[in-house]
Design a protein around this ligand. Structure first.
Ligand SMILES: [Zn+2]
Ligand SMILES: [Zn+2]
Length: 427
């Protein structure tokens, strides 16, 4: 499986080179490629206070070509080695991993080493450069941190080469939500009589900020990001004069139609304006700057994302579940998933069987063909307007359910803890 996959990688690389040559680039730029990278560990719980470190035994880092959406390279780290661990019971001197002193070792690093994302990215970059590809743009989850190992390797091997770092917009939105959820807002800021705790209001505010930032980025040409952020904070405070002047995209600024009338804070909690203290204003500036600052806008300018990587990780959960450790065939399972990801369900089965030396007969091919048509129809159906509307309605219903549950929880009612439910006696 690993061999089939590496042949496939070579084919995809040739195709990228061919495409770049047809685009009219110079011959030394044919290997330039924009990739998005993300790692997947088989750890059950990442942020657990009770354990001292990451409990993963396998890790996969895959590089997806942003233009075609196909995986062009991967690095697999594996700590598990079945024969090594068995031999170690009789002879403690047996070493696994890089300096393995026994035959047929399946581990790539020692069981006592850490799996480092930076090291995996370095390996990935070395592999790409060895095959004649140059990672010109690297998109990652965090704030451009994953591009640093690539820059380090490129500077070492090709002096003067520059790797452009990009980050995923939806992950930036999530970090905005996290920043607001962690901060202690005062109850008086919201002036809300409907909900008694700040937690619900903070959740509503964080969603508001996320949508507001997206709308500003979509509809407004930002010349001075600091002024836009100030205007947005004033808008949340109920003062829409800057909105009228600047037209930031989310708010019209008039009495009848402004952001605070249409936001979920107003609709669910009846909040018209927020009264921020000075320290809260400073915090809000930081939260808006996560997406609206010049640096942040530059890091999302090309519009690349890591959704394909997340899709691959979900696919991998089927072939290599997190609660089972595959000591021997983990790499093969990863390669099998990559092959299915790149070629689709039916084509990958056909190609795998042909490579294994037992090609399918006409009837089997026909069945696969019908299956692939069915899958295509289902995908097209889920992209129709009707399905989109249905999903939006379901989301809205669940939101309303959530508001109601929160409201009932904090409303004063007659039930006292330990009280028996009333029941009727029947004959
Ligand atoms: Zn071993
Ligand atoms: Zn406004």
């Amino acid at each position: 499986m690993i061999e089939i996959n590496s042949d496939d990688f070579a084919f995809l690389r040739d195709q990228i080179m061919y495409d770049n040559s047809k685009r009219g680039l110079y011959p030394d730029e044919w290997g330039e490629v924009a990739i998005s990278v993300d790692s997947r560990y088989n750890a059950h719980h990442y942020g657990d206070m009770k354990k001292l470190g990451l409990s993963a035994t396998h890790a996969v880092t895959a590089a997806v070509d942003c233009l075609t959406g196909k995986i062009i390279e991967c690095v697999v780290e594996n700590k598990m080695c079945l024969s090594g661990s068995r031999q170690r019971q009789h002879n403690p001197g047996v070493v696994c991993g890089r300096n393995a002193n026994h035959t047929g070792c399946t581990a790539s690093i020692s069981p006592y080493d850490n799996i480092l994302e930076g090291e995996m990215n370095k390996k990935l970059c070395e592999k790409l450069l060895d095959h004649g590809l140059f990672p010109a743009v690297v998109t990652s989850d965090n704030d451009g941190q994953a591009a640093k190992p690539y820059q380090a390797v490129v500077t070492q091997r090709m002096p003067g080469g520059i790797v452009r770092a990009q980050s995923d917009p939806s992950h930036l939105g999530n970090s905005q939500v996290r920043a607001i959820t962690k901060y202690n807002f005062k109850k008086e800021t919201f002036r809300c009589t409907k909900f008694k705790t700040v937690d619900v209001l903070k959740k509503l505010l964080s969603r508001d900020i996320k949508y507001m930032s997206t709308m500003i980025l979509d509809k407004c040409v930002i010349r001075d990001s600091a002024a836009v952020v100030e205007a947005a904070i004033q808008c949340l405070g109920g003062d829409h004069t800057s909105c009228l002047k600047m037209k930031p995209g989310h708010c019209d600024g008039t009495e009848d139609s402004n952001w605070m009338l249409s936001s979920s804070l107003h609709k669910a909690a009846g909040v018209h304006a927020l009264e921020f203290t000075e320290s809260e204003k400073e915090k809000m500036r930081g939260v808006f700057n996560i997406r609206l600052h010049d640096r942040a806008r530059d890091s999302t300018a090309l519009g690349y994302h890591t959704q394909q990587n997340e899709a691959f990780h979900r696919m991998l959960s089927k072939n290599s579940p997190k609660n089972i450790t595959f000591a021997r065939n983990h790499h093969g399972r990863v390669c099998s998933t990559i092959f299915r990801f790149n070629h689709g369900h039916s084509q990958s089965i056909e190609k795998k069987l042909r490579a294994a030396g037992c090609p399918l007969y006409a009837g089997g091919l026909q069945t696969l063909h019908t299956q692939s048509i069915k899958i295509g129809k289902l995908k097209a159906y889920q992209k129709t307007d009707m399905c989109k509307r249905r999903r939006a309605a379901a989301r809205m219903r669940s939101n309303q359910h959530w508001y109601r549950s929160k409201f009932i929880q904090h409303a004063e009612h007659d039930y006292i803890k330990g009280q028996q439910d009333p029941f009727k006696l029947t004959n």
